[in-house]
Design a protein around this ligand. Sequence first.
Ligand code: GLN
Ligand code: ZN
Length: 764
Amino acid sequence: MVASAVLGFPRIGANREVKKAVEAYWAGKITADQLTQAAADVKKTNWTSLKAKGVDYVPSGEFSLYDHVLDHSAAFNVIPKRYVGQGLTPLDVYFAMGRGRQADGVDVPASEMKKWFDSNYHFVVPEFSEETDFKLNFNKAIEEYKEAQALGIETRPVVLGPVSFLVLGKASKDAKPDFQPLSLLPNLLPVYKQLLADLKTAGAEWVQLDEPVLVLDKAASYEKEYTSAYSELSAVAPKILLTTYFGRLDSNLNFVAKLPIAGLHIDLDRAPGQLDEVIVAVKPTNIVLSLGLVSGRNIWKTDFQAALKLGQKAVDALGQDRVIVATSSSLLHIPVTLDSEKKLTPQQKDWLSFALEKAQEVSVLAKALSSSQEANVSYALKANEESISRRREFERTSDDAVRKRVAAITPEMHERKSPFAVRKEVQKKHIELPKFPTTTIGSFPQTKEIRNARAKYTKGEITEEQYEDFLKKEIESVVRFQETVGLDLLVHGEPERNDMVQYFGEQLNGFVFTQNGWVQSYGSRYVRPPIIVSDVSRPGPITVKWSSYAQSVTKFPMKGMLTGPVTILNWSFPRADVSRELQSKQLALALRDEVIDLEKAGIHAVQVDEPAIREGLPLRRVDWDAYLKWAVDSFKLATAGVSDALQTHSHFCYSDFDDIFPSIQRLDADVISIEASKSDMKLITTFKHYGYSNNIGPGVYDIHSPRVPGDQEIRDRLKAMLEILPDSLLFVNPDCGLKTRGWKETEASLKNLVSAARWARQHY
Ligand code: GLN
Ligand code: ZN
């Protein structure tokens, strides 16, 4: 029999129960025990509903209150010194590592976060040094395994594999210069052995060890580490299912197929082409092959016929008992269930599948491959075939005008009229800015009042006019605030936006939205990605009204604020029937019209945020050039339709630009702001190394934490930056938007920022 499996399930709760509980705990409104109880309720619901959907291998241990990588760091005692000895409970140390802590005399910043492979999920980066003292502080895998067992549910525990855990981490500040986290593998393995041996004793038949690093080029040099780790672990562990996802194994398959593992999972959603070679490689072994046929990354209904074709190939080669049908990755990246969607039309719902529905899909596919004669299986197959053909029919009805416009894009449309050196002079006359201009990245605190007004408007409890009046007042007060604090280049504060991507999706043709389709982005921050279902176009101006209103109430220059094409694409669920490139170009053309309209409306600067360019980079280097070509072209297409006088800005978060710098240069934005407060000047050094000559605003403090940076702290940071960068290029700004912050800390932080910039003006 072919079995079915889910690699991981969303851990936020169908109604965001975990966010609510975690935030209530942070606010001191519930106790740690109440938090544990709330988490237990969500886990129980997840396990029982997966069981009810007929999934054979239900995951446990992948649940998290903040982040699964952070869970491992806490469990393995990978706790940076700054969090130790502060009198915090282990739970509070855990949260302090995730989000920083500033209360009761404790003042520690958060650890660095990074994007989880090419997704929009952020993990907390483990910090290692020669002194890392691995210990099994607690065994979360076993606790959750037993928790499920007590409910009568047998699960397959999920643990991040030791090589990936180390490779995803970084060397801490006190490590020696050449220190490589992977060198700690021999010290880490005993802890893994203990954890896995305990799982075996507790009765777990299988354990899922995630080694997503295996789909990266660099894994090719870890053969030795993988081989020694897995031979040690397999001696004591339950049967090991080694899982890879988000890409293809390529040449790494050569050593992976030789590892002493009982099962191997591959992602056939992202890389269906690897099936043949994987079958050949595992056939002579006893390895069970887990086929990631149901996408954990998109929300489209699985095309059963296509999936069964791949599945049948594996069954023919290996036999039913050596094949598992699984989700391609954890379902963490998609919403919990379509059931909560009351506003999507029946036609739209018919196209889609969320986590619970995908669980059902793996179960049906496994039964179909086991030649099940069950009536409900043949019914499900037939229903799926009909849905898929209805969707194909819809896809054929594209927007002809949009397609023609994309086909007519010329090379000249990507370039500004003059080079930066010329533009810079023109812009000096148009925007009056001092040396070290201070600005923000766009959003200001999204307060309860703003959210309430939006909710009331959505529910029809206030009129459009009332809502707009409210927003105007909000904008005016944010403008006054910036004037008072002393910022130079102002923004309108984005109060009209529920989310930087969703908002634009809502104003464009071609998108649909969920009511409850939340996906975890980091910690307790969830987003609701829009879904691109057809060709994209702009029915009319989107932000012009707000930016021009903001400009009308101040004499200071105003910066318009847009989300870029690649970011809208990456943070939406894209169509699966046309290329990402085509969707990106359609978005770029829509935004190009918006940038032109903003200039016409008298706005002097426009920022087009592209924080997702880096994360959208393919995981394999051979695929980079093609992606970077269309991604950078899309940004240029969106921003090059204006005169030299318009100062274009772009913004990136958490980006490592080392290896793609020429593309960052090719964007040719007049000003680019980047996250730099946590990356120890490494990023800025890259800019210097490449002789970057446009303006640059390296973030001077971390906004992902409520902690207020001191005036001196910001001066020190500026000093350090100015040792690297020429003073003529530097803008001074926080490292991202302020929407998740409260007003109190925003005011205190920005005052310090302005005062540090004034200090710099006097000293440089
Ligand atoms: N302009 C956006 C904001 O300030 C940018 C956010 C981002 O890059 N993530 O909220
Ligand atoms: Zn940002």
